[in-house]
Design a protein around this ligand. Structure first.
Ligand SMILES: [Zn+2]
Length: 123
């Protein structure tokens, strides 16, 4: 299985933001550092937190953001991507993280742009 590497701080930020936003969805974009590790989460302003993740407003993301993918939370026990998620994945990059209840490191899943699951390694 292919692996994505993520910095511990970035993972903890995602889990904390997901808990804080619950029962709404948290959404953001991922940015890698020079070593290819996911190191930064860009929280998108004016993202409508709620039922539809596709309401994220990409026009607020500058062309210079250099994001490599996306992250969002599911306010339920499944971290499987929905059809809307898969459409969004194709449009936003090569690596996508979904975290579900209870928002701990074992409830985090990573996928490529086609929805194939990737391993997660904490860097
Ligand atoms: Zn989703």
């Amino acid at each position: 299985m292919e692996e994505v590497r993520i910095k511990r701080e970035a993972m903890e930020f995602i889990l904390q933001a997901s808990r804080n936003t619950y029962p709404d969805e948290f959404a953001g974009l991922l940015r890698k550092n020079k070593k290819g590790e996911i190191a930064e989460i860009l929280v998108i302003p004016q993202t409508t937190n709620g039922k539809s993740f596709s309401s994220i407003n990409l026009y607020n993301v500058g062309y210079t953001s250099h994001h490599c993918g996306s992250v969002h939370s599911h306010p339920g026990p499944s971290a499987r991507p929905s059809n809307a998620d898969l459409n969004f994945f194709r449009a936003t990059g090569e690596v996508h993280i979904i975290v579900c209840v209870p928002f701990d490191s074992s409830s985090m899943r990573a996928y490529d742009s086609t929805g194939k699951e990737l391993g997660i390694k904490i860097a």
